[in-house]
Ligand binder design. Structure first.
Ligand SMILES: *Cc1c(COP(=O)(O)O)cnc(C)c1O
Length: 366
């Protein structure tokens, strides 16, 4: 089945005798005891089952686990590691997960943050207790590109697992499991949900191995699971994911080119640009470059804030992946310890008409 077809039919597991075309929402927290039935909604429920089947299919994995947020999904991987394990993660890692490693897992796990665009940094970071290499590509917010195949090869040789945060690419543009990763992570709050109204996360595994059993134990025992309503809405949203992603990427490419040629702009970050240092690797592992563009304006934080305040259609709010364009000065959201330049603006390019978006940006930068 092709991706577009799977997106529509893969999450529609209808068992009702009336045969509705769309899977109903099963709100029941408990199920009548019988040999093959589900038991309790934290362990499983029909809507989560449908979502997990769909996600496993989209990422070409053996199984998936849905969570109540992207952070819950990421943290579950870290929780499944043995205490005392070491992990390697990117310096430009989603700040909420980086903060979780540094705070929640302080004294439990060791972590080394490196610039993964240089493989030598990854190679040097391995220790005898390194169990996991965490990849995020394209990264948030600098759109750094990590060579998934090369890092997976290094990790395999050292006996470490590889997990990849695929939130920015989505399975429409990148399948990390095909490139050597063992686990894929998503914030489904972003493109999967696609309408800025669902918080969710997911993990997808290449094989149902011992580590995956530990992850499932954290999911069910820890209980950070999404509600049947959230699962239903995600299955519904994912039906249009392939077409939304094509629109986001097309608009992002045009906006990135427009910004690159603008005299008020200092630097543009978008892996679809030939000038992006990771462009060739991105082109070798992605079939599209995603919908997020970051750029630095000439001048400091005040100039960036002024540009943002003049926009009509780009909404000054954090998050990304919705149909509406969102924009923010990223360092302000990441707090005082951020490595993100103060004049960097992150744009989640939406599905409004491109002419309106370009006109709005032109006026704001003038
Ligand atoms: C938003 C985001 C997360 C965290 O997801 P939540 O759903 O907000 O918990 C993780 N990784 C990336 C790349 C993100 O953009």
């Amino acid at each position: 089945m092709k991706l577009e077809t799977l997106a529509i039919h893969g999450g529609n597991i209808v068992s009702d005798s009336e045969k509705p075309v769309v899977q109903p929402i099963t709100l029941s927290t408990t199920f009548i005891h019988q040999p093959e039935s589900m038991i309790y909604a934290r362990a499983n429920n029909p809507n989560r089952h449908a979502l997990e089947q769909l996600l496993a299919g989209l990422e070409k994995g053996a199984d998936a686990a849905a969570f109540s947020s992207g952070n819950a999904a990421g943290v579950s991987v870290f929780q499944a590691l043995e205490p005392g394990s070491h992990l390697i993660a990117p310096d430009d890692m989603y700040h909420g997960l980086k903060n979780a490693i540094l705070s929640i897992f302080k004294g439990v796990l060791e972590a080394t943050f490196v610039d993964m665009t240089d493989l030598e940094n990854v190679e040097k970071a391995f220790q005898s207790n390194t169990k996991l290499v965490w990849i995020e590509t394209p990264s948030n917010p600098l759109l750094k590109i990590t060579d998934i195949r090369a890092v997976a090869k290094l990790a395999k040789a050292k006996g470490a697992m590889v997990a990849c945060d695929n939130t920015f690419a989505t399975p429409v543009f990148q399948n990390p499991l095909d490139l050597g990763a063992d686990i894929v992570m998503h914030s489904s709050t972003k493109y999967f949900g696609g309408h800025s109204d669902i918080l969710g996360g997911a993990l997808i595994t290449k094989s149902e191995d011992e580590f995956w059993a530990k992850v499932k134990n954290v999911q069910i025992g820890g209980g950070a699971v999404p509600s049947p309503m959230d699962c239903y809405y995600l299955c519904r949203s994912i039906k249009t994911l392939p077409y939304r992603m094509k629109g986001h990427a097309e608009h992002a490419m045009v906006l990135a080119n427009f910004l690159s040629n603008h005299s008020a702009v200092e630097k543009v970050y978008y892996p679809g640009l030939k000038a992006h240092p990771g462009h060739e690797i991105a082109a070798s592992q992605m079939t599209g470059f995603g919908g997020v563009v970051s750029f630095q304006v000439k001048g400091g934080a005040e100039v960036a804030d002024r540009v943002i305040s003049k926009l009509k259609y780009f909404i000054n709010a954090t998050s990304l992946g919705g149909v509406e364009s969102l924009i923010e000065r990223r360092a302000a959201s990441e707090g005082p310890d951020t490595l993100t330049p103060q004049n960097l603006i992150r744009v989640s390019v939406g599905l409004e008409h491109l002419d309106d978006l370009l006109e709005d940006m032109e006026n704001a930068l003038a």
